[in-house]
Design a binder for this molecule. Structure first.
Ligand SMILES: Cc1cc2nc3c(=O)[nH]c(=O)nc-3n(C[C@H](O)[C@H](O)[C@H](O)COP(=O)(O)OP(=O)(O)OC[C@H]3O[C@@H](n4cnc5c(N)ncnc54)[C@H](O)[C@@H]3O)c2cc1C
Length: 290
């Protein structure tokens, strides 16, 4: 397996910003994944995995780590007896497509989530009252020292988080689904997509929700809207005029621009609402919110 140096990570993120990885490997089998992890361990490199980069802000200076991008078998999807087995690098859109073709329901909510199965587990991604923990049977987690199949409880899945650490790679995911007629699946997906289109920016480069919803009567988006931040711009990044919990790359944004907007948003939420917003987007590389 080839290890590349200095590959810019911006093209692996939906925001489209970010500097180079110290090293990048694209393992396609479990054996190659273990080889890459050993390679990093021998050199004392830390390891980060990138899915579809749909919840990632990568530092402009780059990432001092071996970055993994799973492909091949590690991004394949198969269905058998109500169980959908997906490589950690498989797009959730492909999982949903395969589930729909097999008339299996449960993954409809992922129609709104442009990530991978592995990234979905890491983030316990969710929408419309469902999340990955509700459909996950188990996930194969591979680290430098060992590999283990873990269930939702062992993975520590909570609201948009898991107990996984950066060196732990979700290599395969098994979803337990239930029979559901095709027309019902299609109707649910169409309804969710229409709701999404009506409330969030579409066809924009974003990384999804910037902040988690706080324990407050207002959502993060509503708080930031009330702070007058819709459309607020720093450099090439702007808070979406459509939904204040999204940051858009308005053309030539840097990650520093997006980070500056996040710092400003947190400051205003603290001053005007006494709320400490916690970021949902994962930060890779030397990025500090304080
Ligand atoms: C337009 C838009 C809408 C969105 N809507 C939603 C939504 O409704 N609900 C929601 O929950 N999210 C939403 N998101 C955010 C995002 O799609 C999810 O968080 C998704 O789960 C991230 O998956 P990813 O593969 O892109 O992960 P990445 O963004 O690449 O990475 C996210 C984190 O997961 C880790 N990771 C990725 N792959 C693996 C792996 N195989 N093993 C271990 N760790 C891994 C990364 O290291 C990082 O810490 C949205 C994003 C966009 C751009």
């Amino acid at each position: 397996m080839r290890i590349e140096e200095g590959v810019a990570l911006g093209r692996f993120t939906t925001l489209g910003t970010g500097g180079p990885a110290r090293a990048l490997a694209r393992p396609e089998t479990l054996a190659e994944l273990k080889e890459a992890l050993s390679w990093a361990a021998e050199r004392g490199y830390s390891v980060e995995t990138v899915g579809l980069g749909s919840n990632l802000l990568v530092a402009d200076e780059g990432v001092d780590a071996l970055v993994l991008k799973l492909g091949g078998e590690l991004a394949s999807v198969g269905v058998e007896d109500g169980l959908l087995s997906a490589g950690g690098g498989a797009p959730l859109a492909v999982c949903l497509h395969r589930a729909r073709a097999a008339e299996l329901g449960g993954l409809e909510f992922t129609c709104a989530i442009p990530g991978t199965a592995g990234g979905g587990v890491r983030m316990n991604a969710g929408a419309y009252g469902s999340d990955i923990s509700g459909v996950l049977q188990r996930a194969l987690v591979v680290g430098a020292e060992r590999e283990r199949w873990l269930g939702p409880d062992e993975l520590g899945l909570e609201y948009r988080r898991s107990g996984l650490t950066p060196g732990e790679v979700v290599a395969r995911v098994e979803f337990s689904l239930r029979p559901r007629p095709l027309d019902e699946i299609k109707a649910t997906v169409a309804e969710m997509q229409a709701q999404r289109k009506a409330s969030q920016p579409t066809n924009k480069r974003t990384f999804g929700s910037v902040f988690k919803n706080p324990e407050h009567e207002l959502s993060a988006g509503r708080i930031l809207e009330a702070c007058g931040l819709k459309g607020h711009r720093i450099g090439g990044a702007q808070i979406s005029p459509r939904h204040a919990n999204f940051i858009e790359n308005a053309g030539d944004a840097s990650s520093a621009d997006a980070l500056a907007l996040m710092i400003e948003a947190r400051r205003r939420a603290r001053e005007q609402f006494g709320v400490e917003l916690e970021h949902e987007v994962r930060l890779l590389g030397p990025l500090q919110l304080e």
